[in-house]
Design a protein around this ligand. Structure first.
Ligand code: HEC
Ligand code: HEC
Ligand code: HEC
Length: 350
């Protein structure tokens, strides 16, 4: 029998248990594993219902004024695209891991009425990262944004740029500035784990950029810069870095016998373990344009890549498996020696 006593105990006890759970740290606030299905469902229900209810009080105009479109588009490029993406520039992988994920608005605006969009854009959505409109009593601006959101699904990359930036195309120089932050103005690679790009084969650079963009080669550092760039600009960036004069990367002292062992592996391979000679693919200018040059590359970077190949954590062009097989037959000492050898080889023209 359920008595009043039990109800009272439950009413008092449940909040205490929840509070205790929170205090002990039972609830996982990490965003890595997603919500439980029921939590996700509940949060969406609460959000959608609240928007629907509060939007009843919004007095929507019969037709949306299109004069604010350029400003709204310009604001969208600076203030919204960072989370929601924009035509021609999909959402970044970092944003895709937000919880909840900011939707691609071109696909979702059709789900909402004008009044509901107004409500969302003006007030934001609590606990999600979706901000309120920065100026409180500028409903005119919010309506301009709603008008823009209605246009958004019809815009391609050029149409969006025309509207938001008056037709200027700032991505190429802006993207290059982004690359040189890490790869250096001379393309030499800042720090031993950032590869030198200067003088690398153009086809290999482009194929690698495309591999990062597709996710076939994974790197958090490279995923962000490539996803922001127009595919056409990737080719220009590859051409730019390939045309720069090579720079010799490292000056560390390495014992001569280590370099000698590296040279032996590079030129003869390790026949008893079926390791092919690296020179067959990596030395000489007549080789497949997708086989990268290794001369003058940072030794630490080469070592890191060989270990990634060995554990099959490094994809890349369609030829990456060749390297995974070769690297699986190398010991740590082999890797160190052959990397030191290539990094010391003259990085001059081949
Ligand atoms: C910091 C990231 C962030 C920024 C900046 C941001 N949003 Fe959002 N937005 C979100 C998230 C996250 C959601 C999803 C909320 C949810 O599902 O509960 C969202 C949801 C929305 C929705 C509802 C769409 C749907 O179908 O659920 C609209 C409309 C919207 N945002 C418009 C905008 C506009 C316009 C701007 C710029 C003024 C903007 N957002 C800026 C993160 C952001
Ligand atoms: C935040 C630092 C950072 C930025 C910004 C950056 N890179 Fe990188 N880049 C790296 C690192 C680190 C690696 C090695 C990643 C790996 O392990 O695969 C790399 C690898 C590369 C490679 C592969 C080279 C090879 O030898 O395989 C290319 C090509 C490249 N970057 C080009 C670019 C271009 C073009 C840009 C600008 C659009 C850019 N990077 C921006 C850090 C950066
Ligand atoms: C049959 C041709 C072939 C042989 C032999 C070969 N490689 Fe490669 N190597 C490749 C290809 C192709 C890639 C580019 C893989 C990709 O990114 O898709 C590569 C990439 C590399 C990279 C990464 C370079 C960078 O800029 O990220 C290193 C390091 C490397 N090889 C070292 C070696 C060593 C050391 C040997 C000898 C033990 C060797 N390779 C033998 C074809 C070969």
């Amino acid at each position: 029998m359920i008595r009043l006593k039990h109800v009272v105990l439950g009413a008092v006890g449940l909040p205490i248990v929840i509070l205790l759970g929170a205090w002990v740290g039972f609830f996982n606030v990490g965003a890595s594993s997603g919500h439980w299905k029921v939590t996700a469902w509940f949060l969406q229900l609460a959000m959608r219902s609240a928007v629907r209810t509060y939007a009843l009080a919004v007095d929507a105009p019969k037709t949306l004024d299109s004069r604010g479109l350029p400003a709204a588009a310009g604001h969208f490029a600076r203030g919204c695209a960072i989370c929601h993406g924009e035509p021609g520039e999909p959402r970044s992988p970092a944003v895709m891991r937000m919880l909840p994920q900011p939707p691609d608005l071109a696909l979702t605006v059709g789900d909402w009425t004008d009044a509901q969009l107004f409500r969302i854009v003006k007030h934001g959505i609590r606990f999600t990262g979706m901000p309120a409109w920065p100026a409180r009593d500028r409903d005119d601006e919010v309506w301009a944004m709603v008008a823009f959101l209605r246009e958004l699904p019809k815009l391609d990359a050029n149409g969006f740029r025309d509207l938001a930036l008056g037709g200027s195309q700032p991505t190429a120089p802006a993207a290059l500035a982004d690359c040189t932050r890490c790869h250096g103005g001379d393309g030499g690679g800042r720090g031993d784990l950032v590869p030198a790009l200067a003088g690398q084969k153009e086809a290999y650079l482009l194929a690698s950029l495309q591999a990062y963009a597709r996710g076939d080669r994974t790197s958090g550092f490279m995923a962000l810069p490539v996803t922001g760039v127009d595919p056409a600009d990737l080719a220009a960036l590859a051409r730019h870095f390939a045309a720069q004069p090579s720079v010799s990367a490292d000056s560390d002292q390495v014992p001569a016998e280590v370099i000698g062992r590296g040279q032996q592996i590079a030129e003869d391979g390790i026949p008893e373990r079926n390791v092919p000679a690296c020179s067959g693919c990596h030395i000489g200018s007549d080789k497949n344009p997708l086989y990268p040059r290794l001369d003058g590359q940072h030794a630490a970077y080469l070592e890191r890549q060989l270990k990634l190949f060995r554990s099959e954590s490094r994809g890349g062009t369609r030829f990456w498996r060749i390297m995974a097989t070769a690297a699986q037959r190398l010991t740590d000492d082999d890797i160190r020696a052959v990397s030191a050898f290539f990094s010391k080889r003259s990085a001059g023209p081949q």
